[in-house]
Unconditional design. Structure first.
Length: 267
């Protein structure tokens, strides 16, 4: 079974955006070069930042969620955070967009740390529900919040690509109820745009499959696009970030500061 990236949950790779597997003892971290900010590919074995630090495993814990495993990087306070948590918590930025480190958490408002993860609560993990900072359901009228990694595990995250600017991405997520509603809505819109196969045509028309929330960043298509067949797509109809001719970097705006600027920016 092919390993998937801990950040985007996609197993696809290209020559410009390879998957790297950490060789640390007992570590199962796998990441894309662009998803983890690997600027210079290693000539030998590759180690994630956690294993590279040789810090005691008991002391390594994400500041933004209860999970200890996964693709972590140092924060500006000397702690740790998952890269995926940094991408989906709006106020979090990267000190350097190219290397995606350190992860800057100092601008997170206190109310995010006061929110409770409804997914943890539903699973009976009340003691974990209030650990870290939660993202909110993207439905404006919904008050549910959840940890980024909990949403990732449930397939509730997606990347909203601006159709006017292919480098402008909003990292969002929905609760289970509103995610399912949105999938049904988009499916109805796409079915209305599918042209029935004509008997006069000699080639076959393939109806796109239904969307399933299997990717960490599941892309929900716009009304004029077809449903994607798997993870890693975009809402805005732009190119898949794994098929770029240059190394594609997940990044977030640092408000004019920071490093070299990745391919994907936060609006």
């Amino acid at each position: 079974m092919a390993k998937v990236c801990c950040v985007c949950n996609d197993s696809k790779e290209t020559l410009q955006n390879s998957l790297y597997h950490c060789r640390g003892h007992g570590c199962d971290v796998t990441v894309h070069q662009g998803c983890y900010g690997i600027i210079s590919p290693p000539s030998g074995q590759w180690f994630c930042r956690k294993c590279e630090s040789q810090e005691r495993a008991a002391r390594v814990r994400c500041e933004l969620c209860p999970r200890k495993e996964g693709a972590l990087k140092r924060t500006d306070s000397g702690g740790w955070s998952h890269v995926v948590c940094a991408l989906y918590i709006p106020e979090v930025t990267f000190g350097n967009n190219s290397t995606m480190e350190p992860i800057v958490t100092s601008k997170i408002p206190r109310d995010r740390f006061a929110k409770s993860c409804y997914i943890c609560e539903d699973l009976g993990h009340e003691s974990q529900a209030t650990h870290g900072a939660c993202m909110s359901c993207h439905k404006s009228s919904c008050r549910l919040s959840f940890h980024v990694t909990c949403g990732q595990k449930e397939g509730l995250l997606y990347e909203d690509l601006d159709s006017r600017d292919s480098q402008n991405v909003t990292y969002c997520g929905f609760c289970h109820t509103h995610y399912k509603k949105l999938v049904r809505q988009r499916h109805k819109q796409n079915v209305a745009h599918i042209t029935p196969p004509s008997s006069s045509h000699h080639h076959h028309h393939h109806q796109p499959p239904l969307l399933s929330p299997s990717s960490s960043s599941t892309a929900l298509p716009p009304q004029d696009s077809t449903l994607p067949t798997g993870g890693g797509g975009n809402i805005g109809g732009g190119a898949d970030h794994h098929s770029s001719s240059s190394v594609p970097l997940h990044s977030k705006s640092t408000g004019g500061g920071g490093g070299g600027g990745g391919r994907l920016g936060k609006r």
